[in-house]
Design a protein. Structure first.
Length: 233
């Protein structure tokens, strides 16, 4: 069965979705969605041949060749502008997700909705959305077998307003922690940021012990530590 994090992604695809799953690997997500919704169709993009072959195998196994097209290529290059309504990029770092969006920004911007599931650095993705007219509509954070995953959902053509504060400092904090997640503060959120506090404190200590003190970096860390600790209080 599909992982919880990908089930959450699927919940944010509308009925009759026509979406691209970039970095689809086994194409489990498109197969799951298309099996449950006979009106859905998808493009499974993969940059590597091995995963693309796995995707094709899954698609054939479920006899979904008519509705899921597996394509080889880098990021959004496998789709044309306006070809899909939704784009999913899951199971990668936020930095990689952001560069995939940025490398073909006009294609990314032709989608109505982008659903990202960054394994790390969700902030990079929130920033990209914010700077590219995508309004963050929902966020989820889940603990799956000890790993914590975030799912970010953003819409381009929407009446909804930005969830961020006008105050730059507050906004910096919201970009790091997630404007919706910090309101909800569920168990996964608390676990993630408790671990993050320990990680950062260890990194600072290691920098000090190695006498490689980057004052600017440490100042950023201190600000972030302050935000995290205040949020968990
Ligand atoms: N999306 C699936 C998930 O969430 O379970 C698979 C995640 S898997 C860890 C990452 C996949 O992304 C790999 O199959 C890799 O080949 C693919 N990938 C990495 N960079 C890519 C890129 N620039 N364009 C397309 N696929 C990429």
């Amino acid at each position: 069965t599909l992982s919880n994090r990908l089930k959450i992604v699927a919940e944010y695809l509308p009925q009759g979705a026509h979406f691209a799953d970039i970095g689809s690997d086994h194409a489990y997500l498109p197969a799951y969605v298309c099996q449950r919704d006979k009106t859905a169709s998808a493009i499974a993009g993969e940059v590597n041949q091995g995963p693309l072959d796995s995707a094709k195998k899954t698609i054939r196994f479920h006899q979904l060749e008519e509705r899921i097209d597996a394509r080889l290529g880098d990021g959004l290059s496998v789709i044309n502008e306006g070809e899909v309504k939704q784009i999913v990029i899951a199971g990668m770092g936020g930095g990689l997700i952001t560069s995939i969006l940025e490398n073909h920004a006009p294609i990314a911007k032709s989608a109505e909705r982008i659903i990202a599931q960054p394994n790390v650095d969700a902030r990079a993705v929130r920033r990209w959305f914010d700077q590219n007219d995508f309004i963050l509509r929902a966020e989820e954070i889940v603990d799956e077998q000890g790993h914590i995953y975030e799912v970010l959902v953003a819409d381009r053509y929407t009446e909804a307003s930005s969830p961020y504060s006008d105050n730059e400092l507050k906004k910096g904090r919201q970009l790091l922690l997630g404007p919706y997640l910090m309101k909800e503060k569920n168990a996964a959120f608390i676990k993630k940021w408790s671990q993050e506090i320990m990680n950062i404190e260890r990194i600072i200590l290691q920098m000090q012990q190695a006498k490689q003190i980057n004052h600017e970096k440490i100042a950023d860390f201190q600000t972030e530590l302050y935000w995290m600790k205040e949020e968990l209080d």
